[in-house]
Design a protein around this ligand. Structure first.
Ligand SMILES: [Zn+2]
Length: 641
């Protein structure tokens, strides 16, 4: 079975990637661009910057003090290999297969006889092995190697990449197993890699090593640093933590691994701990986009309600990692809320990152860009992750390959099965050809213009005398949805709507989701956006871009009329707003409030946030301040006063 995550048990099972295929639409187009542009783009940048040649230098014995790339650059090669493996299986593209062989051959030459594999440590002129567990990323790199090997093993069987990974994993178990180094890696990832590698090979000892790493963490084994041990989640044991904190990608990779280990070892307490952390973090530390991480300093979570839109970090990788956690929790529990968050994060974090041509990416995903960035040079490495423009490549370039591997296997997130039937989770035009365990074959085609349109048409291709259950996810935002089946239409509530019968060939079930634009109000405790409202359309968060305003400066003074509902227009929505010019003053603070209302009302265009800055650098905002009729109890200050 081909799938990135295959728990040995759970409430629902993933469908194999071979059982589902995207046939176009929003995600089909993005997957195609990923295949034809992004994968080669990533390889060419890694070649150009010497990150691939680092493997050759180890093999040739020419390593030295100067080495291009950060200590985690090997992991980008492995993430690309994971993406290529899913892509090769999906499309059979000979280019993908050739790239896998090419990269694998260079990696193979760099592996030490004892299985150790790393181009930054442990060779002449380089620091010794495991001499910087806090920031060295050695085991992190190996974790990504294992995930790549899982992709290869499940799509092509045991090849050289899998054998390399097996030797590397065995080395890790010897070096860090009982009696070995009593430490953990500053960046979790080895855990999730080992757990899945163990599942893929049917070898519990790798899961045991993942469990050991998870249990060791949180006891202060890593040195304290200025950002504190919470930065790498070494402050509190996983099973005792109440909320995600510290570096967001680290926290989320660790949580994903904790779910894997909990499921494989039947550890209900550990699973409950991650569920609890998910609940509180989603309720209080997550942006409307699904983005996670509000602090630039440590790329980390803030305190509860600390969600400033302009200083949102929301790293693309944290979005990918959040999906990894929610997907595992969904498989374990079958609870629809996890699939809801995956949808939100896919449209409003993952889809935001790549440019239309798949050759430039956002790293940070702020919800408010005050000044338009500068166009990024497509021939230069961007040193600035938070620049307001997609860049071809970054100095720290974790996000492009994370997007690539996610899009390459995206069809794996559309649906699941259980003994009784099929669950449709994410709506995209696709074909599903599955076998239910001990049940009838299930063959359906889904047609939809989602998220542009809300009609989802599910057509049964092969009929059967035996009944099975088709479950469709009605997203939490979709009040007013309907289901039409056998000529009857009925209202359906958010959650799963289930249809059970012996479906005849040609039977059609139509889910109608209301994708009309709507206001969404933040909790007042998110004080950075108190007095503001956002507009959403179906699963998409919308934004105002300076491109669409008569004067870009209006973005700073725009207020909107909350009494006038957003109106749908092609490509987005309109809201009623106005903006007033304020005279500059030498001091921005006064002895009485300044009335922000005024100016003529006009239609303010909003577009999906995932497309922002695709027309060039722009200022942008998602949360819009409300025009208010509230007046101070003393005469308002006059302009120029
Ligand atoms: Zn990243």
């Amino acid at each position: 079975m081909t799938s990135p995550v295959l728990p040995s048990h759970g409430r629902v099972r993933p469908l194999g990637l071979a059982q589902v295929s995207l046939t176009g639409g929003f995600w089909g187009e993005r997957q195609a661009v990923n295949a034809t542009a992004t994968l080669a783009h990533c390889e060419s940048w890694m070649e150009r910057l010497g990150w691939l040649a680092n493997f050759d230098r180890v093999a040739d014995g020419t390593t030295g003090p100067d080495r291009p790339g950060w200590s985690f650059s090997d992991s980008e090669v492995y993430k690309l290999l994971e993406a290529l493996s899913w892509e090769s299986a999906r499309s059979g593209a000979p280019e993908a297969e050739a790239a896998i062989k090419r990269l694998t051959a260079r990696i193979a030459r760099a592996q030490d006889p004892d299985g150790y594999l790393n181009t930054c440590f442990g060779h002449p002129g380089r620091p010794p092995r495991y001499s910087d567990l806090e920031m060295g990323h050695e085991l992190y790199n190996t974790g990504h190697l294992l995930q790549a090997a899982v992709a290869r093993l499940r799509t092509a069987g045991e090849d050289d990449l899998v054998r390399i990974a097996r030797r590397a994993a065995d080395h890790v178990c010897r070096a860090f197993g009982p009696g070995g180094i009593d430490g953990v890696c500053g960046h979790p990832e080895i855990e999730v890699g080992l757990a899945e590698f163990g599942r893929a090979l049917g070898e519990p000892r790798y899961v045991d090593q993942a469990r050991l790493f998870i249990e060791r963490r949180g006891h202060g084994r890593l040195k304290d640093i200025p950002l504190g041990r919470a930065y790498f989640q070494d402050d509190i044991p996983v099973r005792e933590a109440e909320v995600w904190r510290g570096h967001a990608v680290r926290a989320l990779y660790l949580a994903a691994a904790a779910v894997d280990v909990a499921v494989e070892t039947g550890d209900g307490e550990l699973l409950d701990a991650v569920r609890r952390q998910w609940e509180r973090s989603v309720a209080r530390r997550t942006y409307i986009t699904g983005g996670m991480g509000s602090r630039h300093q440590d790329e980390g979570f803030g305190e509860d309600w600390e969600l400033p839109p302009d200083r949102a970090y929301c790293e693309t990788c944290a979005g990918v990692a959040s999906i990894m956690v929610s997907w595992r929790l969904y498989l374990a529990t079958g609870e629809v809320r996890y699939a809801d968050l995956i949808e939100r994060t896919l449209y409003n974090v993952v889809a935001v990152s790549p440019s239309a041509d798949g050759r430039a990416f956002f790293y940070a995903n702020p919800l408010h860009q005050r000044a338009a960035g500068r166009p990024a040079d497509p021939d230069e490495v961007s040193p600035r992750a938070e620049a307001g423009e997609r860049a071809a490549w970054f100095d720290v370039s974790c996000c492009p390959t994370n997007v690539a591997r996610t899009l390459a296997g995206l069809h794996g997130y559309l649906a699941t099965s259980d003994d009784d039937g099929l669950q449709l989770l994410q709506y995209a035009s696709c074909r599903i050809r599955a076998e239910l365990p001990g049940g009838p074959p299930v063959a359906v085609d889904v047609e939809t213009a989602y998220p542009g349109g809300g009609t989802v048409r599910v057509r049964v291709v092969d009929g059967s005398d035996r009944p099975w259950t088709l479950s469709l996810r009605v997203p939490a935002w979709a009040s007013g949805a309907t289901l039409t089946e056998g000529g009857r239409t009925r209202p359906v509530e958010p959650g799963f709507v289930r249809v059970r019968r012996a479906f005849a060939a040609g039977a059609e079930i139509v889910l109608e989701l209301p994708v009309t634009p709507r206001f969404t109000w933040p909790d007042p405790r998110i004080d950075a956006v108190r007095g503001c409202v956002a507009v959403e359309r179906g699963p998409e968060v919308l934004c105002v871009e300076s491109h669409d305003l008569p004067d870009p400066g209006l973005l700073d003074t725009l207020v909107i009329d909350p009494g006038s509902a957003p109106r749908a227009v092609e490509g987005g929505a309109l809201v009623r707003g106005r903006a007033r010019a304020f005279p500059d003053a030498p001091w921005s603070y006064r002895d009485r409030p300044v009335d922000g209302d005024g100016g003529d009302w006009f239609d303010v265009p909003l577009r999906p946030y995932h497309g922002w800055a695709r027309r060039g650098p722009a200022a942008m905002r998602i949360f819009l301040p409300l025009a208010t009729d509230l007046r101070p109890s003393y005469p308002p200050i006059q302009e120029g006063a």
